[in-house]
Ligand binder design. Structure first.
Ligand code: HEM
Length: 118
């Protein structure tokens, strides 16, 4: 994707046990936020697949660098669609990240069973 399109959000959803989330339009979001507010928000929880832990582990200097980079881009685009809780109606396209074929709780791992010969 060319840089003029970066970080302007998207209406493609990501669905899993947490519901359906959409990548935020950071250009719009940061246009209404101070740097100090960003330092607080960056360390609060995010729903998947947003890698919130990666932001939490960044230093203030790193977070400020991200903020200033995004602020250097022109504000464009619209807000991403709102979060939809699990079971809610989703009207956009979305990827399904629901885990499938999970082992029953308490079952031994396949590799452990092979080692035991069953
Ligand atoms: C340095 C990298 C990133 C930054 C600074 C960032 C920043 C943010 C922020 C500030 C929000 C919250 C928007 C709000 O409060 O309304 C958000 C939400 C989100 N981001 Fe990121 N993001 C990054 C990387 C990613 C990546 C790599 C992904 C996907 C693989 C992702 C997916 C999402 C999603 C799905 C949401 C919505 C989460 C929710 O509804 O709680 N982000 N991001």
């Amino acid at each position: 994707m060319p840089e003029p399109e970066w970080l302007a959000g998207d209406a493609m959803g990501w669905q899993g046990p947490w519901g359906t989330t959409y990548p935020a339009n950071l250009r719009l979001l940061f246009s209404a936020m101070t740097e100090q507010q960003w330092l607080v928000r960056a360390r609060q929880p995010f729903r998947p697949p947003m890698p919130g832990a990666s932001l939490r582990h960044m230093s203030n200097a790193e977070l400020k660098a991200i903020f200033r980079y995004v602020k250097s881009l022109p504000v464009k685009g619209k807000l991403a669609p709102a979060y939809v809780p699990p079971g809610g109606q989703v009207v956009t396209p979305y990827f399904d990240l629901t885990p499938k074929n999970l082992p029953a709780v308490g079952a031994s791992k396949p590799s452990a069973r092979r080692a035991q010969g069953d």
